[in-house]
Design a protein around this ligand. Structure first.
Ligand code: GUN
Length: 303
């Protein structure tokens, strides 16, 4: 092949792949050590309960990963499955029981829930000190506390990824695309409070999205629209974190589907200094944070 015309190449042609699987494995190894210490001290082994309503395939896969992670680190776990016809009242009663169960240190209700059940009513019913997803308003508010209780799991995982890849956030322009209650909103608060960053939050009402994303030293996208972020929307040398996990179906994919992020990885990656892949970026970190929160919930209860 002839020599490429360098003048047409982008300034940054190599980038670091932020490997969420590797960091999650490191965190799990740290947790295993702590579990071994707890065993030696005769303390309580962390116990996570998982509530799954209905038979959504994607939710089943996520839950399987969470169970596998509990087994890997030596946590106890309980799976509680309910038909998608369960009433909101009945589900609330089951949550009451788990809230009171002295052996369960933390639990999650896998989302989404069937449309007749209010997500807010259900999540707000979880005792904040067992809310290891960090979904309750109490834990959302706790982000701005000097001593947070249980941090929202996905944002916590992203902050941990940035930390472990030595990405400086202080005084950097961070643009968060997506203002959801579970990711974008808590993450933007964590970047301000814990990361000392200058943060812009964009959402579906933002006009001229690219005008904002092009300013980002650190661009974090959590929308759920595959390919939303194209190369022309990203600054040279930016750090890009892709939180999107959309199941796209098609006969060309093994298993009949593929998980796609919000970033056009192939064209965006060469412009970046660092970027997360999908899958294998943020996803494994959410599970690692869930384990860290379960360990913290156990230790807080036994302090
Ligand atoms: N559905 C998709 N992601 C999550 C998550 O992190 N926690 C729960 N409970 N449900 C989800």
């Amino acid at each position: 092949m002839a020599n490429p015309d360098r003048s047409k190449m982008t300034e940054t042609t190599t980038y670091t792949l932020i490997d969420g699987r590797k960091v999650a494995t490191e965190i799990k190894e740290e947790i295993i050590q702590r579990v071994n210490e707890i065993k030696r001290e005769g303390g309580k082994i962390p116990h996570l309960a998982i509530i799954l309503v209905g038979d959504d395939g994607a939710s089943q896969t996520y839950v399987d990963h969470k169970v596998k992670a509990c087994k890997e680190v030596g946590f106890h776990y309980t799976m509680m499955r309910f038909a998608d016809t369960i009433s909101e009242d009945k589900l609330l009663k089951h949550i009451d029981q788990v809230n009171k169960d002295p052996d369960v240190d933390g639990f999650i209700v896998q989302l989404p829930l069937p449309p007749h059940i209010s997500v807010e009513k259900i999540t707000e019913h979880i005792k904040p000190d067992k809310d290891v997803d960090g979904f309750t308003n109490r834990n959302f508010g706790s982000i701005v506390s000097k001593n947070p209780l249980l941090l929202p799991a996905t944002p916590y995982g992203i902050m941990e990824l940035l930390k472990r890849y030595h990405v400086q956030t202080e005084s950097k322009n961070c643009v968060v695309v997506g203002a959801s209650r579970l990711v974008g909103a808590p993450l933007s608060m964590m970047l301000v409070e814990h990361g000392r960053a200058t943060v812009t939050v964009c959402h579906k009402y933002t006009k001229s999205l690219a005008d904002f994303t092009k300013q980002a030293d650190i661009l974090i996208v959590a929308v759920g629209k595959p390919g939303l972020i194209t190369a022309d929307m990203v600054k040279e040398g930016a750090v890009v974190i892709d939180v999107g996990t959309t199941r796209v179906e098609g006969p060309q994919y093994k298993n009949g589907y593929a998980i796609k992020g919000d970033v056009d990885f192939k064209n965006v990656a060469p412009k970046c200094s660092m970027i997360t892949p999908v899958p294998g970026g943020v996803g494994p970190m959410t599970i690692a944070s869930l384990l860290l929160n379960t360990l913290r919930a156990t230790e807080l209860r036994n302090a």
